[in-house]
Design a protein around this ligand. Structure first.
Ligand SMILES: Nc1ncnc2c1ncn2[C@@H]1O[C@H](COP(=O)(O)OP(=O)(O)OP(=O)(O)O)[C@@H](O)[C@H]1O
Ligand SMILES: [Mg+2]
Length: 358
């Protein structure tokens, strides 16, 4: 059985705003589980409901087989880390972390043992006596993490803990959070709207939109095998092909025409297309589309080529552009598209089986 079970969670706020519309999900023991979705999709509302800060309108939440509905927040044994660091400026790092143990009436000797342990885990042991004011955002957020973990929670909830940090620190700290989580083995629900962050640290990702779950899966499944158009658009860059004769021909050449139909949207990732010499040899399972380069953005490790084709404007990623010749704007080029890389979505945005013609 799942460690955390959320079943049919709905939440309508007093003003009539519905933030959760029947959310069901399972989190496994020890899993790093990420809620990913655009602003306002209900991530924080769900996290706060799990922590007990705002009760659901309907639905249930259970941890390790115990229904939490009537358990008050301080008895849920859930650690939470927030976006703002929420450290007390007048308390030392040690006391900030010990604060988490106060309402639990932990004996002094145990506080003296557990706080240094938690500080050790987040690599702040040497700074235990310092006041947080003189510390960096990354260090302050690690105090928050130590305070959440010192209670030995059954579940760790983190709501965009890195969003106030600069890009470089965010990458460092996300690796650190992942390492600590692995070492402690605690089931963690992590909220972010940064797709790269979600892909980098999660065992599984739950993509949400407008108060419901779009898809739950491994980072590879979410990025490489999105089940809805929303997921495909939200995670990564998506080229959506325009309907017309060029697309019809392309689908026929890829033997995907039987999976096509009115209202089907076809799309492909920028890295799933390859520049090929125009009129060059055909590859099995691939078809080419001709176009003109309208713009090229050089980004160091890759370049993004903007192409104008008869099937719409496309972005193609070229890896290591310092080592390969990149066609200039105005050049006529051809790109090869692999059959397996083309994704179709029906009018409701659900993925259609491309194997229809296989
Ligand atoms: N206390 C509240 N009263 C009324 N509406 C609320 C309340 N809290 C949140 N909402 C609304 O519920 C919806 C979901 O909000 P929520 O904070 O869960 O989104 P989120 O996914 O965490 O977004 P963000 O990425 O911006 O943090 C939003 O439309 C929000 O305005
Ligand atoms: Mg939020």
């Amino acid at each position: 059985m799942a460690y955390l079970q959320v079943r049919n969670a709905t939440k309508t706020f007093a003003g009539g705003m519905t933030a959760l519309r029947g959310v069901s999900l399972d989190v496994r023991r020890g899993e790093f589980f990420t809620l990913l979705g655009p602003s306002g999709c209900g991530k924080t509302t769900l996290l706060r409901a799990i922590a007990g800060f705002n009760p659901l309108t309907s639905g249930t939440i259970a941890v390790d087989g115990t229904d939490l509905t009537s358990v008050p927040p301080h008895k849920r044994d859930i650690g939470m880390v927030f976006q703002d660091y929420a450290v007390f400026p007048h308390l030392s790092v040690f006391d900030n972390v010990a604060f988490g143990l106060k309402p639990r009436k932990v004996p002094a000797a145990e506080v003296a043992r557990r706080v240094p342990e938690a500080l050790e885990a987040v690599r702040l042991a040497a700074l235990a006596d310092r006041l947080p004011a003189a510390m960096s955002g990354g260090q302050q957020q690690r105090i928050g993490l130590a305070r959440a973990m010192v209670i030995n929670p059954r579940l760790l909830l983190m709501d965009e803990p890195l969003s106030n940090l600069d890009a470089k620190l965010r990458i460092e700290l996300r690796e650190e959070i992942r390492d600590i989580q692995q070492k402690v083995g605690i089931a963690t629900i992590y909220v972010t709207h940064d797709q790269e962050e979600a892909l980098a640290i999660s065992d599984r990702i739950c993509v949400m939109s407008n108060g419901h779950v779009e898809q739950v899966g491994s980072p590879e499944a979410i990025y490489g095998d999105p089940q809805t158009l929303f997921v495909a658009r939200f995670v990564g860059t998506l080229n959506e092909l325009e309907r017309g004769q060029a697309l019809t021909d392309l689908l026929r050449r890829l033997e995907l025409d039987r999976a096509d139909g009115p209202g089907i949207n076809w799309a492909i990732r920028p890295e799933d297309m390859r520049l090929v010499p125009p009129g060059g040899a055909r590859e099995a399972g691939a078809a080419t589309l001709e176009g003109t380069v309208s713009k090229c953005t050089y980004l160091g490790r890759e370049a993004h080529l903007h192409l104008r084709t008869d099937a719409g404007d496309l972005i193609v990623h070229v890896v290591n552009p310092s080592r390969v010749a990149i066609p200039a704007a105005g050049t006529n080029v051809a790109v090869a598209l692999l059959r397996g890389a083309l994704m179709g979505f029906d009018a409701e945005g659900r993925r259609v089986a491309a194997s229809g013609a296989a």
